[in-house]
Design a protein around this ligand. Structure first.
Ligand code: ADE
Length: 231
């Protein structure tokens, strides 16, 4: 998969992209992440990318010209254009089903905003898939783009090295259950013992116990996922 990230701050991604899981996936060519600086598509000696909003108001908006030119140029860099995503707090809220949908694409192009947001003509011109990572406002789309890259990358075949572990994650699978508690050594920590069933070696009982725990955790944390007529 190829992921393009369009940003005014490409340097924010360096440590992140070299990190263990993603760094290895990139070196193994399972994923190709390409960074493009939106400022390279700005005009004039000052390479201006933002300006004050018409009608007044706080802050600065990203001008449509540099963003649209940048997207158009990047889309031509590969055989086929990518699925275009604009990171914005007003977008559809990302969940694991949304991540799975993105992970099925051959190529995605993530556009990060800064300042108070984008001039609305970016949206009108490009008609991107607008995505929010949660109902709070970040100072830019870069951290949101990292969230998407991380969550998508670990679903790609070969990245985790253990296909089961992605399938068993919270929110994955048809029933969208939250994972129940898990334990490693030691068997007892500060008086807290690992449940006996996990030491029993009885795989059937262990699977049943895990499922019950997952249903309990889901009831407590995201009860909507248990309702029978959930879409
Ligand atoms: N940019 C600023 N806040 C954001 C959010 N919550 N999700 C995606 N992009 C953003």
């Amino acid at each position: 998969m190829r992921i393009d990230i369009l940003t005014l701050f490409p340097e924010m991604f360096t440590g992140f992209l070299d990190g263990s899981l993603l760094g290895e996936a990139r070196r193994a060519r399972l994923i190709d992440v390409c960074l493009t600086n939106i400022r390279d598509f700005a005009e004039g000696v000052h390479r201006q990318v933002d300006d004050r909003p018409y009608g007044g108001g706080p802050g600065m908006l990203l001008m449509p010209g540099p963003v649209v030119s940048c997207v158009e140029a990047v889309q031509q860099q590969a055989d086929a254009p990518g699925h275009l995503v604009m990171l914005t707090p007003g977008g559809r809220r990302l969940d694991q089903a949304g991540v799975e949908e993105l992970a099925r694409k051959q190529r995605i192009v993530l556009v990060c905003g800064r300042y108070e947001g984008f001039d609305d003509r970016v949206r009108e011109t490009l008609q991107p898939d607008e995505i929010s990572i949660g109902d709070y406002v970040l100072s830019g789309g870069e951290v949101a783009a990292m969230v998407i890259v991380d969550a998508v990358a670990r679903l790609l075949p070969g990245v985790l090295g253990d296909e089961e572990s992605a399938r068993q994650d919270s929110f994955s699978g048809a029933d969208r259950l939250v994972e129940g508690p898990q334990y490693t050594r030691p068997r007892e920590f500060r008086g807290l013992r690992v449940p006996d069933v996990l030491l029993s070696g009885d795989h059937g009982r262990i699977a049943t116990w895990r499922h019950e725990q997952a249903v309990d955790a889901t009831r407590r944390r995201v009860p909507a996922n248990l309702s029978p007529n959930r879409s």
